[in-house]
Design a binder for this molecule. Structure first.
Ligand code: FAD
Length: 388
């Protein structure tokens, strides 16, 4: 019997799940990706858009074109709801029946939970605002510069760090670094908590060396034109502020019965099956997952592989399903063609740890992006081999 597997979301998690399934299932089984947008942008390269004038078009994939002649179907049709009883994805134009469903819908940027964050804060996440952010950053010359995350749940700390390192580099190049105070703010207790103690210690020293002030466990709750307001009543003046806004799940999943109080989908981590899936056939991967942990592209790839292998094992009634052992793997742009690679098995009680700074991590990230685009997202295990 032929099965239909629908994947909602056409980015890291969705694309990886589709290719993994395509390699594991006979072509008689239908694989359909549904996304609300015709294109997807490789956001991990946004620091190069900001500081190296990289044209966003170069890191943007046209999804119809990408999946042409691949035995993976693509349709652009925004999902508006999920009907679990009928195994149906309801979209703006059509309804789609599934045997298995993988949700890879990412997050909604909930600016409203951090008043002022849209009006006064710069964005490093939003493709529609990235050019406006670039203009502002390149013209910044002096004052109090803040970057980070506010109160309200944002498990994505890397991008604002990359911006700070790049701004530090840029101002030094211009010979005006002494006119600026750089600040990193976070509601968390450590720099990159999922990296573990050795990564925290390294980053503490790294930020100190570059003269960047770190404010941990500060809960930014509001900003106006020139002042930041924290939960404990303190305020700080600023000249420029870049924030990753609070994260929430997408509205289309609100009444699906699948989500937690923030709109994310709690899953069983061994197979990515949604805990509240009525028929045991709905999975979630990537940033839309509700379980604790960082929201990272590398983890979206790992989760997508596990979900795909689990579905293939059910359909084929044989095969292997890998265990999900989350690991922290991240290359952060430092400016001037330098990258900082951190790898740690801390989240899974492993011993692996690697920290490397230099040209090679920077180049490896670019290579990864280029291969991702060239291979139409069919990257196999490449995300595990970023530094090789
Ligand atoms: C600036 C920046 C830099 C980053 N750098 C790194 C990095 O170096 N390394 C790393 O590992 N991670 C990085 N990340 C995190 C990484 O980008 C995310 O973790 C990753 O994109 C999550 O993938 P995803 O597929 O789960 O979600 P997303 O990439 O958010 O994709 C969600 C998809 O769902 C679609 N969608 C949304 N709503 C609907 C709907 N109603 N109907 C249909 N489709 C819908 C969207 O259009 C999109 O295609 C970075 C993030 C940012 C913002």
């Amino acid at each position: 019997m032929s099965k239909t597997i629908i994947i909602v979301g056409g980015s890291f998690g969705g694309i990886k799940a589709a290719w993994s399934l395509r390699h594991l299932l006979d072509v008689k089984h239908r694989i359909l990706i549904i996304s609300d947008k015709p294109r997807t942008t490789f956001r991990a390269s946004f620091p190069r858009v900001l500081f190296e004038n990289l044209d966003p078009e170069k890191i943007t994939m046209d999804l119809s074109e990408n999946f042409k002649d691949t035995d993976i179907e693509f349709v652009c049709d925004p999902m508006t709801a999920i009907n679990q009883d009928k195994n149906e994805v309801i979209c703006q134009d059509n309804r789609y029946q599934f045997d298995y469903l993988i949700l890879a819908t990412g997050v909604r940027h909930a600016y409203e939970l951090l008043p002022g964050s849209h009006e006064f804060g710069l964005s490093v996440c939003d493709p529609a605002r990235i050019i406006e952010t670039r203009e502002a950053l390149l013209n910044f010359e002096k004052g109090e510069f803040f970057a980070g995350v506010g109160a309200g749940y944002t498990p994505c700390d890397g991008p604002p760090m990359e911006v700070l390192m790049n701004i530090d580099h840029l101002l030094r190049e211009k010979g005006i670094r002494d006119k600026t105070n750089l600040h990193y703010i976070s509601d968390k207790g450590h720099l990159l908590p999922p990296g573990g103690p050795k990564v925290w210690k390294y980053l503490d020293g790294h930020f100190k060396k570059r003269g960047i002030n770190v404010h941990l466990e500060v809960f930014l709750v509001k900003l106006d034109k020139n002042r930041l307001y924290f939960k404990d009543g303190k305020t700080m003046p600023y000249d420029m502020c870049l924030l990753v806004p609070p994260y929430r799940g997408i509205p289309a999943m609100e009444n699906s019965g699948l989500t937690d109080e923030r709109g994310f989908v709690p899953v069983h981590m061994k197979n990515m099956l949604a805990k509240e899936s009525e028929h045991g056939n709905i999975y979630a991967v990537g940033d839309c997952v509700g379980n604790p942990g960082p929201k990272q592209g590398h983890l979206a790839f790992m989760q997508a592989t596990v979900a795909a292998e689990h579905i293939a094992w059910r359909v084929n009634q044989k095969g292997l399903v890998r265990m999900y052992l989350p690991e922290f793997r991240c290359v952060m742009d430092q400016g001037g063609g330098i990258g900082l690679y951190t790898y740690s098995q801390y989240m899974s009680e492993g011993d692996g740890l690697k920290i490397e700074i230099g040209e090679e991590p920077y180049k490896s990230k670019i290579r990864f992006e280029e291969i991702f685009m060239e291979k139409k997202g069919d990257i196999g295990e490449l995300h595990h081999q970023m530094m090789k």
